[in-house]
Design a protein around this ligand. Structure first.
Ligand code: PAF
Length: 281
């Protein structure tokens, strides 16, 4: 497995692979791999001749008071895991390589970036869309795999690809969960033992909402109330949002369609966790 640190090296390798008509799959990541990342790599492996994993903790998607400095990192372990999962290349640039002095071009996906996490993390999706487009331009993949835990991120990237005619297919992968239901996330590493117990509130609230909808509930207000009460019954929790609405436009809606998105962002202690599910009536 190759580890490439510069844009020129990555572009040259990609060009060589393309000249051989290889299908290239990209898995963009910020590292500190868990089973969720590994599932994305396996998915890419099953579809591609060559798999690239990008590993870049992208500073432009973190707000000034967020966890950029303490974001967990372990390159040697990531390298080992990527090798085990038959990845062909890790693209591992540093911030200077990705953002040269004088950098001033941004990708802004407007409406769909405004609500949910966008409302609490101003500039976050601008940073995500910009770095993902840069990665697409550098790696030139045929497809790229994203996990559905970051549901809004996937919608933003799909919108960008559609709007800017980017020739990359977006492949999604279901959320991978711990045995007790907690969605896997690199940020779970921040949780203390007691906070880890409280972190289950997101998954358990989703289960409650799923059951309500299965039993015929069609009231967004009732679902939100039950989810809110459940989450706040755990210690250390503070809710950013409970969203119940359209899974594609991410708009709150009055009509209760057959498929409706429940998305949650909750602080457990100092750790901000997200989770979501499509509720089907
Ligand atoms: O989901 C992530 O890990 C990041 O937001 C991504 C897509 C790698 C962009 O930095």
């Amino acid at each position: 497995m190759k580890v490439l640190r510069t844009v020129d090296q990555m572009k040259a390798l990609s060009l060589e692979w393309r000249s051989r008509d290889y299908i290239i799959g990209l898995v963009p990541t910020m590292g500190f791999f868990h089973q969720g990342h590994l599932a994305l790599m396996d998915k890419a492996r099953s579809m591609a001749d060559r798999v690239v994993v990008s590993l870049f903790v992208n500073p432009t998607q973190f707000g000034p008071n967020e966890d950029l400095d303490r974001y967990p990192r372990n390159f040697e372990k990531d390298k080992y895991l990527a090798t085990e999962h038959d990845v062909d290349c890790i693209f591992f640039p540093d911030a200077e390589e990705m953002y040269h002095p004088g950098f001033q071009t941004w990708v802004e996906v407007t409406d769909i970036s405004q609500g949910l996490c966008g409302a609490f993390r101003p500039g976050h999706f601008r940073g995500v869309a910009t770095v993902v487009l840069k990665l697409f331009n550098i790696v030139q993949p045929d497809f790229s795999v994203f996990g559905l835990k970051d549901y809004q991120q996937v919608q933003v990237i799909k919108r960008m690809v559609e709007d800017l005619n980017i020739p990359v297919k977006i492949v999604t992968h279901p959320i991978i969960r711990e045995p007790d239901g907690l969605a896997m996330s690199s940020r779970n590493a921040y949780l203390s033992k007691d906070e880890r117990k409280s972190a289950l509130c997101l998954y358990n609230a989703i289960k409650i909402a799923e059951n309500m909808v299965k039993n015929g509930c069609k009231s967004r207000a009732e679902i939100k109330k039950a989810v809110n009460e459940h989450i706040l019954s755990y210690p250390y929790t503070k809710i950013d949002y409970i969203f119940v609405g359209n899974p594609e436009t991410l708009e709150e809606q009055t009509v209760f369609d057959k498929k409706i998105l429940l998305a949650l962002a909750v602080h457990v202690g100092k750790t901000r966790l997200i989770d979501n599910a499509i509720l089907e009536s």
